[in-house]
Design a protein around this ligand. Structure first.
Ligand code: HEC
Length: 107
């Protein structure tokens, strides 16, 4: 359903399938409920899912750093996407899902 909103290329799809272990079902669910509002549109300057350019530099910090920043918040990014009920593990899955959908390997 949400897929229609995202400019997904074939490359992203191939990686998405290849990264299924990181981007499991949990990540997709969390993303669609707590992160999609900003990360599919780029609201408030959020890096858009599918936009490699805006993610590459961030991803260079390392997956753990990205996850920590998502958990603790960073500038306009609210801690846990503004949803404190989410666990650290759920955030981690959601970040993995976003990277996989963007076509960047989470490592
Ligand atoms: C209210 C809008 C909003 C929501 C909801 C939101 N984000 Fe963000 N996110 C942002 C913005 C804005 C940034 C860019 C912050 C900056 O670096 O200035 C960002 C950045 C990030 C980054 C990059 C951090 C870095 O180190 O550069 C990650 C990872 C991330 N968000 C994950 C998530 C996850 C996972 C969720 C859902 C649980 C989520 N976001 C929900 C707005 C949002």
């Amino acid at each position: 359903m949400r897929k229609v909103l995202l400019p997904l290329g074939v490359g992203a799809c191939v990686c998405f399938c290849g990264c299924a272990m990181v981007a499991g079902e949990t990540g997709e669910k969390v993303y669609n409920s707590a992160c999609v509002a900003c990360h599919s549109t780029g609201a408030a300057g959020a890096p858009k899912v599918g936009d490699k350019k805006s993610w590459r530099q961030r991803a260079d910090q390392g997956f753990e750093v990205l996850v920590n920043n998502a958990i603790n918040g960073q500038r306009s990014m609210p801690a846990k996407g503004g949803n404190p009920a989410l666990t650290d593990e759920e955030i981690k899955q959601a970040v993995g899902y976003m990277l996989a959908r963007t076509g960047i390997p989470a490592n």
